[in-house]
Design a protein around this ligand. Structure first.
Ligand SMILES: Nc1nc2c(ncn2[C@@H]2O[C@H](COP(=O)(O)OP(=O)(O)OP(=O)(O)O)[C@@H](O)[C@H]2O)c(=O)[nH]1
Ligand SMILES: [Mg+2]
Length: 254
């Protein structure tokens, strides 16, 4: 994996230590909606498949149809993220429908294929789409350059360029191979690392928006701390529960 150690967004992960510290050395558990977006065939479904089933055979994965949803617990350095992961179809004919599911996202994973220039050039489109439809003041972005297992001679986007793009939008950056699994767990752990600070940021925005605005825009999709588990590993006690979202047609597979 070639991961940016400290892109602009990564600084939030560092400041998340205060959130953890305020729990008296205990480990926060945070829930949030995470959408996975990007052009067709960049490997979105394969990445989620590799994340949730590390040893699965993903050679039969098929183009997604519509949007599918799954829940997965991601362990970060100092926090646990219970993510509801929304896998969207990259085909153009599904884009309008997919963007309906961006609403109230806490985080967005922007995936491109390092061997496809077009898929990288498409990222600003997806970014602005999220910014205009998520309806939340702060969305945590993670850019993933996937398919690093393919021969370097096929590479169409340099790591430095992709990382610079991620930094320019305040996003985290990581490179992965869904095929080999390289970098996949680490990429999503970056989200868990950044989540505590983002939760605090989003809560601050909620407070600033005032009660009236909150009524119009419930915080269902924001990162929220739901539990604090002892580091020793005792079961977390649920403090705040949150609707995780439901529905979405299955992406299916052949
Ligand atoms: N070599 C290589 N192939 C990959 C990798 N990730 C995905 N693929 C292949 O790329 C093709 C598309 O993968 P998907 O996971 O379906 O891509 P997607 O982004 O979900 O595609 P849509 O759902 O159509 O938007 C499949 O043939 C995968 O096997 C990877 O890391 N390396
Ligand atoms: Mg797919």
């Amino acid at each position: 994996m070639a991961a940016a150690a400290r892109p602009a967004g990564a600084s939030h992960a560092g400041s998340g230590a205060s959130s953890v510290g305020s729990t008296g050395g205990r480990r926060p558990v945070i829930e949030g909606k995470v959408i996975v977006i990007g052009s067709v065939s960049v490997g979105k479904t394969s990445l989620l498949g590799r994340l949730t089933k590390p040893h699965a055979d993903l050679r039969t994965v098929c183009p997604s149809v519509g949007v599918s949803f799954l829940q997965h617990t991601i362990e970060g350095r100092d926090a646990t993220l219970r993510a509801s992961l929304w896998d969207t179809a990259g085909q153009e004919r599904f884009r309008a429908m997919s963007s309906l599911y961006y609403r109230l996202s806490a985080a967005a994973v922007l995936v491109f294929d390092v061997t496809s220039r077009q898929s990288f050039d498409d990222l600003p489109f997806f970014l602005s789409n999220v910014q205009s439809t998520a309806g939340t003041p702060h969305v945590l972005f993670l850019v993933i350059g996937n398919k690093t297992d393919i021969s370097p001679s096929s590479r169409a986007v340099a790591t430095a360029e992709a990382r610079a793009f991620a930094e320019s939008i305040g996003a985290l950056y990581c490179e992965t191979s869904a095929q080999t699994g390289a970098g996949v767990r680490q990429a999503f752990a970056m989200l868990a690392d950044a989540a505590p600070a983002f939760a605090a940021k989003q809560q601050a925005a909620k407070a600033a928006a005032g009660a009236a605005a909150q009524e119009r825009s419930p915080m269902a999709g924001f990162f929220q701390e739901v539990a604090v588990a002892r580091k020793a590993g005792s079961r977390p006690s649920l403090v705040v529960s949150e609707a995780a979202g439901s529905g979405g047609s299955s992406g299916g597979c052949c």
